[in-house]
Design a protein around this ligand. Structure first.
Ligand code: ZN
Length: 325
């Protein structure tokens, strides 16, 4: 016999129902994790100025973060946005095997020497492959330096196309369409194309033996940014995160920021869906663009002054248009 519990309501208008057996054991739930309440507000890490560093994630897996600099990811320079925040270029992952190392992303060209120096502090193995999460300069414009060392670069076919479109040197020389994999030293690293979102080439790098993903900018410790010029979409973004949640992982390296877990991804998805719900309502009510951002109430999502908010604002018109369709 099943006892129906009162319906729980979560923000975003989603409702989940749990059924609990008389013995108290959960015998049927939509998904246990879905019944958990996630915080609406993202509590982002407060960054301080500092050099690049390498942190261990799990045995054989490291993340290289920083450098942490004011203004934009390339520091205070003419034309750079000064939002008074500390930024860092994209998180680099390093997978070490007995036959060589695999790098995921490489930051800016001027960061590559420091990335490779940090690699040497944790392994004497040479880097054999570079995998890209997407084409953006703060993640992958170091590619040309890596390619010049004779290292193969694997990326989704849309990543290669985006490199060629914006004439950024260092395009991947090995491509795939839906899924790819690199095998080295008994380790498998998968490349998964789960749909559009931040760009049209977002690739999730999956380390199945470690139940860990590197999501690129699909998930960041800040508000999501949509690059419409590279085929990004806020509507498709949610579907892509839903596909990501079907992957068996417990640990997530984001495009920017600290290592997080699967519940952080669920929470991110829900607050992003809530922003889209508000945006759709506002756009359909034809709230003028100059009132749109304030009316989204980004502060209760933790996104009013995140490190990516100034980048997000540059696509406000396109976001408004997409949500109004
Ligand atoms: Zn990006």
């Amino acid at each position: 016999m099943l006892v129906k519990l009162p319906e729980k309501t979560y923000y975003g208008g989603m409702r989940f129902t749990s059924f609990v057996g008389l013995g108290g054991a959960v015998v049927l739930v939509a998904a246990a994790a879905l019944t958990q309440q996630f915080p609406l507000r993202q509590k982002t890490e407060k960054l301080a100025t500092g050099p690049m560093r390498v942190d261990k994630v799990k045995d054989g897996l490291f993340v290289i973060r920083g450098p942490f600099v004011p203004c934009g990811t390339r520091g205070c320079r003419p034309g750079g946005a000064d939002d008074k925040l500390i930024h860092e270029p994209g998180d680099v992952a390093l997978r070490v095997t007995s036959e060589g190392a695999i790098l995921i992303d490489d930051k800016y060209p001027e960061n590559v020497a420091d990335v490779l120096a940090l690699v040497k502090t944790v392994t004497q193995q040479p880097v054999k492959f570079l995998l890209n999460t997407h084409h953006h300069g703060d993640h992958a414009s170091g590619n040309a330096n890596i390619r010049a060392m004779g290292i193969n670069i694997v990326g989704h076919k849309n990543i290669r196309a985006n490199f060629l479109r914006i004439k950024q040197p260092g395009e991947p020389n090995i491509t795939f369409a839906d899924e790819g994999a690199v095998y080295l030293g008994g380790v498998e690293v998968q490349l998964m194309y789960l749909g559009r979102g931040h760009t049209n080439g977002d690739t999730v790098i999956y380390f199945p033996d470690l139940k860990t993903v590197h999501t690129g900018d699909l998930i960041i410790d800040a508000m999501p940014v949509i690059d419409y010029s590279a085929g990004g979409s806020a509507i498709e973004f949610i579907k892509t995160i839903d596909n990501l949640l079907k992957v068996d992982f417990d640990t997530m390296i984001p495009g920017h920021g600290r290592v997080m877990n699967k519940d952080d991804v669920r929470a991110y998805r829900n607050r992003f869906a809530e922003m889209n719900r508000r945006a759709r309502e506002l756009a359909h009510k034809k709230v003028p663009l100059n009132q749109f951002q304030a009316a989204l109430k980004l502060d209760d999502l933790g996104w009013a002054d995140s490190v990516s908010t100034s980048a997000w604002v540059t696509s406000l018109q396109q976001y408004y248009d997409e949500m109004g369709r």
